[in-house]
Write a protein that binds this ligand. Structure first.
Ligand SMILES: [Zn+2]
Length: 253
């Protein structure tokens, strides 16, 4: 780190549990963020300001006026522009230390697999089950830690699947694919604006901890947040040995 970086990250360096080595690990690390909506906005801002060295942000949508209520990485002048590009432009004004690669596409299974292979940590900030399950498969295959978040109406949830560990559950262990019929997309549902900020910020915190190698992650614990009642609820979960996605891998490990 140079002098400017020591100043920029001084409040991390002052933390006994963080310090210079963790900051340097963070600066060398790369994060893949799928979705530059409400969750992605908050996550991206903190990943960038904290010094996540390389960030790939993938989103196929364009910025609309209805997004600005909660998708804080986008600006009024970005209306009509690709969200990935808009997010990258905002992050560039925040921290010139880091490299941000915007991908203006809705990545399918093969593309996600390739992107996940190049990342140290993956953040699922998407808004649909097809992407969530495809991203989970890619993370299981490459054994990459997956930080999963979701938020709708006043209800949020966040957890970590640390697939570097053979004992870790995956997204499919917790959420079966036949639940897709009940999908509720925030494209048509109400969303309390700060909810996605709270959950996305939580995702950034977990991602930073995972690559910096500090603290205890949310692996094996699902946090549920009720923003209307201001209550958090924690549910513990374990790997499903019969899981169609990670069962075989775990058995072979
Ligand atoms: Zn599984």
């Amino acid at each position: 780190m140079d002098d400017q970086q020591r100043l920029r990250y001084s409040r991390h360096l002052l933390l006994n549990e963080f310090g210079e080595e963790a900051q340097e690990r963070l600066l060398r690390a790369s994060a893949l963020v799928i979705g530059a909506g409400g969750l992605g906005s908050a996550a991206l801002m903190y990943l960038a300001s904290s010094g996540m060295g390389r960030i790939t942000v993938c989103d196929g949508d364009k910025v609309e006026l209805t997004n600005l209520q909660r998708q804080i990485v986008h600006r009024l002048e970005s209306l009509g522009r690709p969200k990935a590009r808009s997010a990258a432009d905002t992050l560039a004004t925040l921290n010139p230390d880091i490299r941000v690669e915007p991908l203006e596409e809705r990545a399918g299974a093969d593309r996600l697999a390739a992107l996940v292979r190049g990342a140290d940590v993956v953040l699922d900030c998407s808004d649909n089950f097809a992407t969530r399950h495809a991203l989970n498969r890619a993370c299981v295959a490459s054994r990459k830690p997956l930080v999963s978040g979701a938020g709708i109406r006043f209800d949020g949830q966040v957890t970590v699947f640390d697939l570097r560990q053979a004992s870790s559950a995956c997204y499919h262990c917790l959420f079966a694919e036949d639940a897709e019929a009940a999908e509720e997309r925030c494209a048509v549902m109400g969303v309390f604006a700060p909810l996605v900020g709270i959950i996305g910020t939580f995702q950034a915190a977990e991602a930073i901890k995972l690559v910096a190698g500090i603290g205890e992650s949310l692996s094996g614990r699902l946090l549920l947040f009720d923003a209307l009642a201001s209550r958090w609820h924690e549910v513990r979960f374990a790997r499903d040995p019969h899981c169609a996605v990670c069962g075989e891998r775990a058995a072979a490990a």
